[in-house]
Ligand binder design. Structure first.
Ligand SMILES: Cc1cc2nc3c(=O)[nH]c(=O)nc-3n(C[C@H](O)[C@H](O)[C@H](O)COP(=O)(O)OP(=O)(O)OC[C@H]3O[C@@H](n4cnc5c(N)ncnc54)[C@H](O)[C@@H]3O)c2cc1C
Length: 390
């Protein structure tokens, strides 16, 4: 006897999408979230592309803090490159957005329980059969045919099920971000700073949040984090660039810029979103990829339940569909991200100088990439190998 068909652990974008897709296919579903609120605390720059989002939901005005039309990048020697973005983007209010995704799942029948901290799995005959969790200090258990672990970058559920979830230091970025008020910035522009004086092995971002606010943060690659401290680098930047900024929130968190895990299923269990390392390794964006992973996980879960095979073999469609939907690109992006990390500050400066000579109206991500490839042919080779399979 089971209490549910599907238990989803974690109420982020991946969890809510998994709950939505399982419940909308008729699975009796519950989503357990350890925090008091869905969507809070927000540990995210909240940037997302319109096309990415639109694959799953119609963007609603109340989710959007700022609409992005322009991109600006700065090299280590402060050469500025700006251009119009061909693709519209948003900086979201994730607090509202995550809520809306969870609400959407509830409207197709998924139950939601907050303050439910999952601290163990029920395993019988090597098959995950449910979860143990604490609700307001009380120990509880729930049984299900499938558990979907959408418990984020610090995921423990996968490990509890015996899945290797460890990430190498050069595949994780240590992120620190503040949301600030009282600053004057172009609310249609996202700003990136690259180079080791801003964010060694990663980048620093300034994302507008409307009403003279912004998310300002940076990620330092894990292998350099012992020499560079994200918190200190960001505060140095704020002092130099936005001394008048009022700190409204500060958050820190890891961004897995890694390969998707080799194993994302076990008997009775599936991993999705950050827990499965589905973040775009180049941009560090994990909202859309997590939604994608969650959607596929929920669908496959219900199909496996319908045919009565929830073993890892019965769930094999999940990694297959993820790879087809984006996983293959994901591997390509991981290779590119590794090459990007090797670009020196001198090379970045040379690239920026070359791009700055392209008339502004002709600049685009593709043009910049062409210049990068000239400076660093290995990247071109990686991209070709990755996308063409050469
Ligand atoms: C500083 C920073 C900036 C970022 N900026 C961007 C950006 O601009 N754009 C972008 O696309 N991505 C960004 N990301 C990445 C993005 O935030 C994540 O990829 C995304 O949130 C992943 O969604 P998820 O549902 O997999 O995990 P999460 O959103 O992390 O959700 C996991 C949920 O599981 C819950 N949970 C964890 N353990 C348990 C447990 N044991 N029991 C119950 N619940 C549990 C957590 O409380 C959480 O609510 C950023 C990340 C960081 C750290």
């Amino acid at each position: 006897m089971t209490d549910y068909d599907v238990i989803v652990v974690g109420g982020g974008p991946a969890g809510s999408m998994a709950a939505y897709s399982a419940a909308s296919k008729g699975a009796k579903t519950i989503m357990l979230e350890k925090d008091r609120d869905i969507g809070y605390p927000v540990r995210c720059g909240e940037a997302v592309s319109d096309t990415g989002l639109r694959q799953f939901v119609e963007p609603k005005p109340e989710w959007i803090a700022a609409t992005i039309k322009k991109i600006r990048m700065r090299s280590p020697d402060n050469t500025i490159i700006d251009f119009k973005s061909l693709m519209a983007g948003y900086v979201l209010h994730r607090r509202i957005f995550d809520y809306a995704l969870a609400n959407r799942a509830s409207q197709v029948g998924a139950e939601i329980q907050t303050r439910a901290y999952v601290d163990g799995l029920i395993v019988e005959d090597d098959i995950v059969k449910g979860v143990k969790y604490q609700y307001m200090g009380e120990k509880r258990t729930l049984k299900a045919k499938i558990v979907i672990a959408a418990d984020g970058v610090e995921s423990r559920i996968g490990r509890m099920a015996g899945i290797r979830t460890a990430i190498k230091l050069h595949d994780i970025e240590s992120g620190y971000q503040v949301t600030v008020g009282n600053i004057d910035i172009d609310q249609e522009m996202i700003d990136f700073y690259v180079g080791k004086n801003w964010a060694p092995g990663g980048y620093l971002w300034v994302f507008p949040k409307g009403d003279r606010m912004a998310n300002i943060g940076l990620g330092v690659v894990g292998s350099k984090a012992k020499d560079y401290n994200s918190h200190d680098l960001l505060h140095k930047f704020l002092k130099e660039h936005y001394p008048q900024a009022a700190m409204l929130t500060s958050v820190c968190g890891g961004v897995p810029v890694a390969h998707t895990l080799k194993q994302i299923t076990g008997n009775g269990i599936m991993l999705t979103g950050d827990a499965a390392r589905m973040v775009n390794p180049v941009s560090g964006g994990g909202i859309v990829s997590g939604m994608h992973g969650g959607k596929i996980a929920g669908e496959v879960a219900m199909e496996a339940i319908a045919v009565g095979d929830v073993s890892s073999k019965g769930l094999a469609e999940y990694p297959k569909r993820w790879r087809k939907a984006g996983g293959k690109n994901h591997e390509a992006l991981h290779r590119i991200s590794t090459s990007i990390k090797d670009i020196t500050d001198d090379e970045l400066n040379r690239i920026a100088l070359r791009v700055s000579k392209i008339p502004r109206e002709e600049r685009s991500v593709l043009k910049i990439f062409t210049v990068v490839a000239k400076e660093k042919p290995k990247i071109l080779l990686d991209v070709t190998r990755a996308f063409v399979g050469a």
